[in-house]
Design a protein. Structure first.
Ligand code: HMG
Ligand code: MG
Length: 360
């Protein structure tokens, strides 16, 4: 039913923190991810394997991944961690940490790809071959702990490309066609090793360099290509927050007309113009059931000047619950986390629902 089928992807530890200028310690990031994992969230994008010169704040993502692999947080629900990466180098770095922490000690996992998310559901937990099911640590209490945990975490990779050439060059130093060329072997390699793949399409509702009128047919064409290549899910991203309700609706209709299923889509709204919740409702009405958000309304892309945070997870939870959705997320706890992490990095708490919840 509708009530149980809306999924929130928490991107705060990655999108939320990547743009912060002052260095945030790996310990703080780890603490953030571990606290988020305890709120009932089912998916957390926990870091990225990008070039450290391009996005220095994410350079410690290896430590965050290592920590999760060595001591998987105990959760009351199955949980998936996503790791953003732009190319094979990022994937190799991700694989090498996975390998260091696996009992196999190498990356040659002879496994079939995970089935696509939309029909995998509980099956994700039944595969015994997937590397994501392997005990994560090699020795000691952490290994025992994780092995006996009924809720062994899964890991997936997220890739990203742009709907405009200008943003593609700024964000990834290559053309859109070059991005697609990079992704085919990357997706194949990730899936061969049993990792699911999410793909973002940035600036789908407005580009900082080319303006708001991004061609929805281009977005649809890219989504179709990425799915064809084996991506499990497309996250359509309003990087600049320029999206409006009518243009969001038009984009979703164009995607549907091009044969893209709502089950294969996620929506990723930044709230720069305060339209993220409105656009979320348009997405829900259209039948999309996966939405990205960041605790405390943190976020911004370093290569999208002026863009601010993602829609706040607290606001999304509050709104979805009012519509009868069981998010399974503890609003009080997530509000505390939003308040803590924004304070920790010296930012205002951008979540209205979070602040109001704490004031009660
Ligand atoms: P490049 O300089 O063209 O890379 O950057 P290159 O392939 O020419 O390689 C140059 C050097 O970088 C080489 O090292 C590579 O090994 C190294 P050298 O031989 O000179 O010693 N290198 C790497 N090192 C570590 N990790 C890697 C990596 N790749 C190459 N992955 C590149 C191209 C794509 C790497 C660069 O542009 C980059 O890292 N871009 C990422 C920028 C970023 O982090 N943006 C924010 C995330 S996307 C986002 O926020 C949008 C999203 O939220 C959705 C939305 O809202 O739109 C997802
Ligand atoms: Mg983003």
């Amino acid at each position: 039913t509708f009530a149980d089928h809306v999924r929130i992807v928490e991107v705060g530890p990655r999108d939320g923190l990547q743009n912060e200028k002052s260095s945030i310690s790996p310990e703080t990031k780890i603490h953030l991810v571990r606290r988020l994992a305890a709120t009932g969230l089912k998916t957390i994008e926990a870091g990225s394997f990008v070039h450290p010169k391009w996005t220095p704040q994410m350079a410690s993502s290896d430590k965050v991944l290592q920590n999760i692999l060595q001591q998987p947080p105990h959760t009351s629900q199955p949980i998936t961690y996503q790791w953003l990466l732009p190319n094979m180098k990022g994937l190799d770095n991700f694989f090498s940490i996975q390998a260091q922490n696996s009992t196999q000690g190498d990356t040659s996992y002879p496994t079939p790809p995970q089935s696509p998310r939309h029909d995998s559901g509980p099956a994700q937990n039944t595969s015994t071959q997937n590397p994501n099911d392997m005990p994560s640590a090699t020795s000691g209490a952490a290994a025992m702990d994780s092995k006996s945990s009924p809720e062994q975490p899964k890991h997936e990779v997220s890739i990203f490309l742009s709907a405009t050439e200008s943003f593609s060059q700024k964000n990834t130093n290559c053309s859109i066609a070059e991005s697609l060329e990079r992704f085919q072997p990357l997706i194949t390699s990730a899936r061969d090793k049993g990792f699911g793949v999410r793909a973002y399409i940035s600036v789908a509702l407005g580009c900082p360099f080319e303006g708001p009128d991004v061609d929805p047919h281009k977005v649809a064409e890219l989504a179709a290509s990425l799915l064809e290549m084996g991506a499990d899910e497309i996250s359509v991203a309003d990087t600049t927050g320029m999206g409006t309700a009518p243009r969001t609706r038009e984009l979703l209709r164009t995607l549907t007309a091009a044969g893209i299923r709502n089950d294969d889509l996620a929506l990723h709204f930044h709230d720069t113009f305060g339209q993220a919740m409105v656009n979320t409702l348009v997405g829900l009405e259209h039948g999309v059931r996966t939405f990205d958000s960041a605790v405390g309304g943190l976020g911004g892309c370093p290569y999208s000047p002026g863009a601010t945070g993602n829609v706040a997870t607290e606001d999304l939870v509050y709104s979805l619950e009012s519509l009868g959705v069981n998010t399974g997320i503890d609003l009080s706890e997530i509000s505390k986390i939003g308040d803590w992490i924004t304070g920790e990095i010296g930012k205002p708490n951008e979540s209205r629902a979070g602040k109001a919840t704490l004031a009660k």
